[in-house]
Ligand binder design. Structure first.
Ligand code: GPW
Length: 811
């Protein structure tokens, strides 16, 4: 029996009967219960296992194929993954949806009941975490040998409850009832050091011995990442912190000091206890740096272990390995690989540096100064003393290189240094640029602004290093699974379902935009999706703004619009109007008070409108709690209008914009992030554009932004701000108004009039339903580019230089 080829596996049946037998066998042997006493949870667990087994069989064949071909591997390092619910995805990817439904019915349950028990692991904050999930999906779909590495936080992103008082947060103990999708792999555990000191190695200039002061274990488990329409099943490997035996203090225990005896163990396990709920802001806490190093240290040792399975020495390492850094969060990996190569494997510094630089690539996801990670030097020195020494040496050699290119330019040296002065900080983005072979932004504009502003000195030094890879989204999760009605119509219209793997085929819908009966069905589907969502009148314009709450995204601009509509209706109640349902959803970081004020203000405005019999027939504001991937999958198919209204130059890309446009929502947006590329593809007549562009916004900042001018010259704006200022919408409203009138980094009032005018155009277009539906179809038709399969093809060709490794079928 050749186990390496995956031969010897019992083939899992393809009929409903065989599936049902496996389900029963799992119910009896693994779950230990019976048909008569099976609860919904028993059925859910058992169904999940039965589906998982089918993927596990493909996983075994994938591993065999990868082992045999000893390929170049992609390792994706990310502090966040928002994978979404797994059951429906895995039913689809294993092709067992129908037979599973039948088998489950025989147990007395419906698939839908069981899907409600399928909890999503909320191991991320927002766009960056969801992007990681879409990219691993597409790597598997494109047959790229890849592993995603992350942290298995016990508590994911907090559960949010919205009341009239705004947001409250509850812990998200997502795996409380178990997680059937996960495989523990305790034998691959790693040991991670922190603190301590370094000692010189006699006779060596560069080598040191690091003697850590604390040791923590990293225990991995993995989730399967199947490709769609292919045999590949990759994995995401997540690390949990475990105390080592040595951290239990038996002498204290014997002395009756029970709490003290486990204190160190508790501290160790805190490392993977909770996801930091901050999106695009950096707060520089020690535990966060510990998390980052924990992820990196475990993952790098695992990567080396995997390399050693088929390779010897170090010559082939950089050829067989590419490590993609998802923003700067895992950037300490550059210093850690140097430490491993120099101190532990005793390579010469220069050779180690060559290997390191060739191995890593870095994706930057922001331009916001507050999101650029820096760590106080003294914190680094205490927690990771050896890494700081290595960073100093990297920096010294790097600055020597800069000095050679630009002699005497001290100011440039100061700007480019990995260490910032006063206060002394380690600049992670600089380390990430210096220690990698490629640096990319996530949309055309973002990559350009990176080169022109934040990283301009580096782009001047190494122009070829800088690239763009525009983000994308998984068409499986965000069209096929989220919007089955539309998917069926698209498949019928195109005469094939190959668009699910080859999204540019959606172009074929263009001609159908002229077909009145197709348009009618398209419209009926949007309406049915709105009925399912049950957020408001399905015949009203469903206007959605779903994303994290952040001032740069400008939910406050949308609120000013809503208040202005409210005033207009009250002033002229008799006029015929476009009824709107405005849906907000999203979380604010618990400590981000300005963002929480905006949430509370929205809740107050919603309640005021609800109570007003004059206004409520035309305007409704809804704010469902706890926006997450599962909720996004319900809202996106029901949206008519997609709000993408960040100040130009602030949103690196956005990916919600892509999801909504692909589902036939029309965008109202600024010239920011990927909005620009969406507009270029769908055509300017199918996109509602307003506001300053990034250069105008930057100039407005320099020439002075005077909110009072807008206030004084625009009566409707004045009325809205006065209403807020008067306290009519509570204290949060007053604080929002005063911040808009004073130091508003995001120029909200400058874009107000342009935004309101643009909303008038939206209503004009909505009046002509045939025109609107055409626009909607054309949005879907022209957004195939935004598939994450295309994003992965770009990374594979231009950054990773990896080839697919097909996995043979089982027959
Ligand atoms: F600040 N993004 C995010 F760049 O969701 F690190 N969290 C983050 O912490 C950061 C970025 C970081 C988002 C961007 O805001 C969004 O524009 C982009 O589409 C997304 O990352 C994926 O690239």
């Amino acid at each position: 029996m050749d186990l390496r080829q995956g031969i010897g596996l019992r083939k899992l049946g393809k009929t409903a009967e065989e599936f049902q037998q496996d389900l029963l066998s799992n119910l009896y042997y693994r779950r230990g219960t019976t048909v008569e006493s099976a609860s919904a949870r028993d059925a859910y667990e058992t169904l999940s296992q039965t589906v998982r087994d089918r993927l596990a069989e493909r996983r075994a064949r994938t591993a065999a194929a990868h082992y045999a071909s000893n390929p170049r591997w992609v390792y994706y390092l990310s502090a966040e993954y928002l994978l979404g619910a797994q059951l429906e995805q895995n039913l689809l990817y294993s092709g067992t949806g129908e037979i599973a439904a039948e088998a489950v019915k025989a147990l007395g349950f419906s698939i839908e009941d069981l899907e409600d028990l399928d909890i999503e692991p909320g191991l991320g904050n927002g766009g960056l975490g969801r992007l990681a999930a879409c990219l691993v999906d597409s790597m598997a779909t494109r047959d790229i040998p890849a592993v995603g590495y992350g942290i298995r936080y016990d508590l994911g992103i907090f559960r949010q409850i919205i009341t009239e008082n705004g947001q409250t947060e509850l812990p998200d103990d997502w795996a409380f009832q178990g997680n059937p999708w996960e495989f523990p792999a305790p034998d691959d555990r790693q040991t991670v050091g922190f603190y301590g000191h370094t000692e010189p190695v006699p006779g060596s200039q560069t080598r040191k011995v690091w003697v850590p002061g604390e040791i923590v274990l990293g225990e991995p488990s993995h989730m399967l990442v199947p490709g769609y329409g292919t045999e590949t099943v990759n994995i995401v490997r997540l690390w949990s912190a475990k105390a080592s035996e040595a951290s239990f203090d038996l002498s204290r225990f014997s002395a009756g000091q029970y709490a003290e005896a486990v204190q160190e163990a508790v501290r160790a396990e805190n490392i993977s206890k909770v996801l930091y709920p901050d999106d695009s802001t950096e707060l520089g806490r020690e535990l966060r740096l510990k998390q980052q190093y924990f992820l990196v240290s475990c993952s790098l040792r695992d990567i080396i272990r995997r390399f050693r399975l088929r390779n010897e020495g170090w010559d082939g390492f950089a050829e067989k390995t590419v490590i993609q850094l998802n923003d700067t969060h895992p950037t300490i990996a550059i210093a850690e690989l140097m430490r491993l190569l120099v101190d532990e494997y005793e390579l010469e510094w220069d050779r180690a540096w060559e290997i390191t630089r060739k191995t890593f690539a870095y994706t930057c996801h922001t331009l916001l100064p507050e999101a650029l990670e820096t760590w106080p030097v003294h914190l680094f020195e205490r927690l990771l003393p050896r890494h700081l020494e290595i960073i100093y040496l990297i920096n010294m050699l790097f600055l020597r290189e800069v000095e050679a290119r630009f002699p005497g330019d001290d100011d440039r040296l100061r700007r480019m240094s990995i260490i910032g002065e006063e206060p002394r900080m380690v600049r992670m983005a600089h380390l990430a640029v210096v220690g990698t072979e490629a640096v990319n932004g996530v949309a055309e504009l973002h990559s350009k602004l990176l080169r022109e502003t934040v990283l301009d000195d580096f782009a001047e030094l190494w122009p070829a290093k800088f690239q763009n890879v525009t983000n994308g989204i998984s068409p499986r999760r965000f069209v096929r699974i989220a919007n089955p009605r539309l998917s069926d119509l698209i498949t019928e219209g195109l005469g094939t379902d190959t668009w699910i793997r080859d999204l540019e085929r959606l172009e074929g819908l263009e001609r159908l935009a002229d077909d009145a009966s197709f348009r009618e069905r398209w419209q009926a589907i949007k309406r049915a999706n709105k009925v399912d969502l049950a957020a408001g009148d399905p015949d009203s314009l469903t206007d959605v703004m779903i994303k994290r709450f952040h001032e740069y995204k400008r939910q406050q601009l949308k609120v000013l619009h809503v208040i202005t509509l409210y005033h207009r209706i009250r002033q002229d109640p008799g006029r015929d109007r476009v009824p709107r349902t405005v849906l907000f959803a999203g979380k604010a970081a618990p400590a981000y008070h300005a963002a929480k004020d905006i949430i509370r203000l929205i809740a107050t405005v919603a309640a005021t409108i609800e109570k007003d019999p004059v206004v409520s027939p035309y305007l409704k504001v809804v704010f469902p709690s706890n926006y997450n991937v599962t909720l996004a999958e319900k809202i996106i198919p029901a949206a008519d209008l997609s709000e993408q209204i960040s100040l130009a130059g602030k949103e690196a890309s956005g990916t919600g914009n892509m999801k909504l446009a692909l589902n036939g929502a029309i965008t109202i947006g600024t010239m920011d992030g990927a909005n620009i590329e969406i507009r270029a593809r769908v055509g300017e007549e199918n996109f509602f554009l307003f506001g300053l562009d990034a250069y105008e916004a930057a100039n407005a900042r320099i020439n002075g932004y005077f909110p009072h001018r807008y206030y004084e010259h625009d009566p409707e704006l004045r009325a809205a701000l006065d209403a807020l200022g008067s306290g009519a919408f509570g204290e949060s409203g007053q604080r929002v108004a005063s911040s808009l009138m004073s130091w508003d980094e995001y120029l909200t009032l400058a874009d107000f009039r342009s935004y309101l005018d643009c909303q008038e155009q939206v209503e004009q277009a909505w009046h002509d339903r045939e025109r609107w539906t055409r626009m909607s179809i054309l949005n879907t038709a022209h957004c195939g580019f935004f598939s994450s399969d295309r994003t992965i093809a770009d990374y594979a060709a231009r950054i990773w230089r990896v080839a697919p490794v097909p996995v043979p079928h089982d027959d």
